[in-house]
Design a protein around this ligand. Structure first.
Ligand code: JHZ
Length: 415
């Protein structure tokens, strides 16, 4: 069986319909966080199909192929805590949740996909009991070093059952940038239903499909992100498990995210006007038709051609280009655009685990950010465009000296 058949999904993750309309194919590429050591550069790299479809029954946008999670998450290199934008964001999230839902000191806060414990630490520092759940060994260890007790496991309904049988009943469960990564989201919902205190709240945050489409963020489509959520399919998912979204909050992180507040049906939580309004906006965008997805795919093709032309044009003038932020999305951009080390000399990145490694598929070396100051290239392709403000501020000196940044989305732009 070819890889293409082996991993292809036949039914929608939420409603099980087989009416899946494919609308964007980014080609086969390595997993986006599959950074390589120098010794591995001559070895064969597995490539997996990367394409999206939309379910024409519940309108969930999802990948056409799902590869086993072990290929991606056992030693995970993504850590949000190296960015001041994300630290501020998580600190505010914790503060807002505490102010609104008023957990007592003996109430437990659980974070699913707790990474290095950054979010939970903001709750812990305010005197609350916390527990993280994360499958990545390396990150669970980092979290424990911060004093954030962490279960090193995937979150499943069976784990939730086991925990509930020991009396674990969290008042708040959080999950940021997690649901897109989970294949069996029905199992996750069952887990939430089992674990959450009667009047508890599940706070979940993820990149919002509306922002992805409107800002042309095609590079946030990658093997780890199995689903791309708007509100409607999500509401129907929770409904099947006795849960309901009662409010939301939109933010600009990761190119536009939405935070949803979920409680049990028939609990104290009441549906907000903001939620009703957002659902109406989704209707007006015709997300329940093929059109917005087809138009998005057309814009993506134009964008990648433009980027390739701009980079090749700069190179033809004898100028030097490097990359900034060896992000997962950056690797999608490079692989889809066939942008390798003939165009981009190297990439700088603040995460020490990624430094001295090579990008998957395109084999561009990654160095600490300081190299940019010492080296003064002419152009920098900003692959971590979601941290544009933070990075431009940090690199003010380079820009004052004439250095220029190339933004890949929503349109190719030189600043
Ligand atoms: P960043 C992640 O995607 C991973 P990625 C994940 N799959 C997810 O769901 C999404 O986020 C939402 C570097 N950097 O966070 C650090 C600097 O060098 O956009 C990172 O390697 N200097 C969970 O991987 C990269 O850029 C800086 O000043 O696309 C950003 O990666 C800053 C701020 C960042 O994640």
């Amino acid at each position: 069986m070819s890889q293409s058949d082996q991993y292809k999904i036949k039914n929608c993750r939420i409603c099980k319909s087989d009416k899946l309309f494919p609308f964007l194919d980014l080609g086969a590429m390595p997993v986006p966080n599959g950074f390589l050591k120098k010794e591995a550069l001559n070895e064969d790299e597995p490539r997996y199909p990367l394409a999206t479809c939309v379910c024409e029954s519940c309108w969930l946008v999802q990948l056409t192929h799902v590869i086993p999670p072990e290929q991606m998450f056992s030693n995970y290199l993504y850590i949000p805590s190296t960015s001041s934008t994300m630290l501020d964001h998580f600190n505010t999230l914790a503060l807002k949740v505490i102010e609104r839902f008023r957990p007592r000191v003996d109430d437990l806060i659980i974070d699913i996909g707790s990474n290095d414990g950054t979010l939970l630490n903001f709750f812990r520092k305010r005197g609350l009991s916390v527990l993280g759940i994360d499958p990545a060994n390396n990150l669970a260890q980092l979290a424990r070093m911060k004093g954030v007790n962490t279960i090193n496991s995937l979150f499943t309904a069976s784990l939730a059952k086991e925990m509930a049988s020991k009396g674990v009943r969290p008042k708040v469960i959080t999950a940021t940038n997690v649901i897109a990564h989970i294949h069996d989201i029905h199992d996750m919902c069952e887990g939430i239903k089992t674990l959450l205190a009667e009047e508890g709240v599940f706070v979940m945050e993820f990149p919002y499909l509306v922002d992805l489409l409107q800002s042309n963020e095609f590079d946030t489509i990658y093997h780890e992100h199995l689903s791309y959520f708007s509100l409607s399919p999500l509401i129907s998912l929770f409904d099947q498990h006795g849960l309901m979204i009662f409010d939301l909050f939109r933010s600009s992180v990761h190119g536009g995210s939405i935070r949803v507040f979920v409680g049990r049906k028939n609990s104290i939580h009441k549906i907000s006007i903001a939620l009703e309004k957002q659902l109406e906006d989704e209707k007006n965008l015709n997300l329940d038709s093929r059109k917005p997805y087809q138009e998005f795919a057309e814009r993506v093709a134009i964008n990648i051609n433009q980027l390739s032309e701009v980079l090749r044009g700069i190179k033809a003038e004898g100028k030097r280009i490097i990359g900034y932020g060896a992000s997962a999305k950056g690797n999608v951009l490079l692989n889809y655009g066939r942008i390798s080390n003939d165009l981009i000399e190297y990439i700088v990145d603040s995460i020490s685990y990624k430094q001295w490694m090579y990008t998957p598929g395109t084999h561009i070396p990654i160095y600490p950010e300081e190299k940019l100051e010492q080296d003064n290239p002419d152009y920098v392709l900003l692959m971590a465009w979601n941290f544009k403000d933070e990075i431009l501020k940090k690199q003010a000196k380079f820009r004052e000296a004439g250095g220029r940044f190339i933004l890949p989305v929503p349109q190719v732009q030189i600043i």
